[in-house]
Ligand binder design. Structure first.
Ligand SMILES: [Fe+2]
Ligand SMILES: [Fe+2]
Length: 214
């Protein structure tokens, strides 16, 4: 049973480096290392023109969408951890639950920088992906590596969705001159990518082979 996407399975050494970096740090920082003390002043130069623009509105709507996604993912990950058999996979879900909480906090910082109230707007894509993850748990037996392989499949679909979203949104932020927002989104993007690679490593270390043998 091939559960790992080819895209994520190729760069094993890069994955190790990246995952090691993330593993070594405790709770990820919610704020970029270099934080300007004059964010409001910087933003005030943008608000007049940018805040009324259709693109700004569209951008904020998409931030609301990923905010909903993260808030629901943070509740789903502990369920996925509970359903996992391999201690390595359970630990990966645990670690990403803590990171996802920080992703939510970073989005709240993004709303503040954009002078918008934090609000969630239903993300149909994440709702579907989480429904699919529930389905994997229902369709597989507890205590099997087939379930673990399936959970990795479901989780990597989620991570790829987040990678696509944050990758595009940070580019939008850069285009609009929201450099602090861009930096926050980049931090989260890096953690989503590291999680995806870490899941590939867990799958390839033993779970996929064990699932095939079951
Ligand atoms: Fe996230
Ligand atoms: Fe994630």
């Amino acid at each position: 049973m091939a559960t790992t996407s080819k895209t994520t399975a190729t760069k094993t050494s890069a994955a190790k480096t990246s995952a090691a970096k993330t593993t070594s740090s405790a709770k990820p920082a919610a704020t970029p290392a270099k934080k300007s003390s004059s964010s409001t002043a910087k933003l005030s130069g943008l608000t007049g023109k940018m805040k009324d623009s259709e693109f700004h509105e569209f951008f904020v709507d998409e931030i609301k969408d990923i905010y909903w996604a993260e808030k629901h993912l943070v509740k789903a990950l502990p369920k996925m951890k509970k359903a996992a058999t391999s201690p390595e996979l359970a630990a990966a879900f645990d670690k990403h639950t803590a990171e996802t909480q920080v992703h939510i906090e970073r989005l709240e910082q993004v709303f503040a920088l954009l002078e918008e109230k934090p609000a969630a707007k239903k993300c149909d894509a994440m709702a579907g992906l989480l429904e699919e993850a529930d389905g994997i748990i229902e369709d597989t037996d507890a205590g099997t590596m087939i379930r673990d392989a399936g959970l990795i499949l479901g989780a990597q679909k989620v991570e790829h969705y987040e990678i696509a979203t944050y990758g595009t949104l940070k580019t939008f932020a850069a285009c609009m001159g929201h450099s602090e927002v861009e930096a926050l989104l980049q931090l989260t993007l890096d953690e989503e990518k590291a999680t995806d690679l870490a899941l590939t490593e867990v799958a390839e270390a033993a779970i996929n082979d064990a699932a095939v043998a079951e």
